[in-house]
Design a protein around this ligand. Structure first.
Ligand SMILES: Cc1cc2nc3c(=O)[nH]c(=O)nc-3n(C[C@H](O)[C@H](O)[C@H](O)COP(=O)(O)OP(=O)(O)OC[C@H]3O[C@@H](n4cnc5c(N)ncnc54)[C@H](O)[C@@H]3O)c2cc1C
Length: 410
């Protein structure tokens, strides 16, 4: 008996929700279900800005638009950034080399937006409801029985679901990946990211800033309400200390670490820490199973690219599966899934290696490396073509891109 679903997406995070919305839009009549272990995501405009925010690229904005969620996100709360300034922690404020990226150089209105993860998920779920996609929250995958023609999913709450393809978008610890026997490589960065929203004495001016310190990068991301969301990656002991120390001491250390780029830090909300790890699945697919988002790759947050890479996965998967399904192909066919994997793996590996390399290069106090860094920053800074190439990459507008990311009509 034919499985009642063509595709079941496990994981209703930002990536799973985006993939579901794109597939529902591109493949009329698709028998699709999304399930997530957590509760239905919501977003309340009266609540304070949530701690988990992401720098969202222009390519991702286009993907979210195609997924039908951008109008609700734009009507919610976001912080556009039009410039980005990067500098080396070893430099003194007076003599430092600033690498400046400016959207005007590419004729774009913005480089990207800082958006609450929660708002993106809620807006995507709203789009999925409008599209009539079947969703189940508080439904955790517990087992997978992978047969030649179908996969049977067992839920922790009881009940079984049969589908032709299961898509694991269930995060870095991906139960789908483990249950399907797909391997993952990875290692700790030996760093923890401390996250908080901070008020500084000087307006951020819609500029994203990043200082590379010997202990790890400090990002200062502009929120729509005038505050700055900080992502301060440092060794775990320092991170714990920074999380627990009294507010005055924290503000003083942050003012110092940011080299007063925004004057003094004058107020901070709740502080949270996230241990950092890189991870990559050597294979994103096997017959009837595919992985995307953090389930396939997790990167250092220093370039703010994790979910942006995941959105590109979602868009390429929809671009590959859409025509395949419309032509009557089996979505669980490995040759179709490998087409998606070939397009995304190289891009994700390149991104991961660049971020890991950059983190190593900058998290090093050697005088020779410091000179090399300064020379590198000065070279990129002084070469417009190189600067524009970096900007296009960061905006998700370079590489092997899905049509939706380059603005192709649906
Ligand atoms: C400090 C920090 C800052 C970051 N900043 C940025 C940034 O600025 N820009 C950027 O692009 N990225 C950033 N990232 C990375 C980004 O947060 C992740 O890449 C992104 O959240 C991954 O999304 P996802 O949907 O793949 O996975 P997740 O968000 O992990 O979602 C997975 C979903 O799967 C569900 N799930 C898990 N197990 C099961 C199960 N058994 N059954 C059913 N459902 C299940 C979970 O409930 C969850 O909803 C940052 C990360 C960190 C740690």
């Amino acid at each position: 008996m034919r499985a009642p679903y063509d595709v079941v997406i496990v994981g209703g995070g930002m990536v799973g929700c985006a993939a579901a919305a794109l597939l529902a839009r591109d493949v009329p009549g698709l028998r699709l279900m999304l399930l997530d272990a957590g509760p239905l995501p919501d977003w309340d405009p009266r609540a304070d800005v949530d701690l988990r925010v992401s720098a969202v690229s222009e390519a991702s904005r286009r993907i979210l638009d195609r997924a039908g969620s951008w109008p609700a996100i734009a009507a919610g709360r976001l912080g556009p950034y039009r410039r980005m300034i990067v500098w080396d922690g070893a430099d003194r404020p007076g003599g430092r080399t600033n690498l400046v990226f400016d959207c005007a150089e590419l004729g774009q209105p913005v480089l990207g937006h800082i958006i609450e993860n929660r708002l993106m998920r809620a807006a995507l779920v709203e789009a999925l409801s409008r599209a009539g996609v079947e969703m189940r929250f508080d439904a955790a995958l517990e087992s997978l029985d992978i047969g030649p023609d179908q996969v049977e999913l067992g839920l922790a709450q009881g009940g079984r679901i049969r589908t032709r393809l299961v898509a694991g978008m269930d995060g870095a610890g991906s139960p789908v990946r483990g249950l399907a026997g797909l391997k993952v490589l990875g290692a700790n960065y030996g760093q923890e990211a401390l996250v908080a929203h901070v008020r500084f004495s000087v307006d951020h001016g819609e500029v994203a800033r990043q200082r590379f310190l010997e202990t790890g990068p400090l990002a200062l991301l502009p929120l729509g309400d005038g505050r700055v969301s900080i992502v301060w990656s440092t060794d775990p002991d320092t991170a714990q200390d920074l999380r627990r120390c009294p507010e005055d001491a924290f503000l003083e250390r942050l003012t110092d670490a940011s080299q007063e780029a925004l004057g003094a830090a004058v107020g901070v909300g709740p502080r949270a820490g996230f241990p950092l790890r890189w991870q990559h699945a050597p294979s994103y697919a096997r017959p009837r199973v595919v992985l995307a988002g953090d389930a396939a790759h997790a990167v250092h947050p220093l370039a703010g690219q994790g979910v942006n890479l995941g959105f590109l996965d979602a868009a390429v998967l929809a671009e590959v599966l859409g025509p395949g399904l419309s032509a009557g192909r089996d979505p669980g066919d490995l040759s179709l899934l490998r087409r998606y994997e070939r397009r995304r793996k190289g891009e994700n590996v390149l991104a991961m290696q660049s971020f890991t390399g950059l983190n190593r290069l900058f998290s090093n106090g050697s005088g020779a490396l410091s000179a090399l860094r300064r020379a590198g920053l000065a070279a990129v800074s002084g070469t417009p073509a190189l600067r524009r190439a970096f900007m296009r990459r960061a905006m998700g507008l370079a590489g092997d891109l899905p049509g939706v990311a380059v603005g192709d009509p649906p």
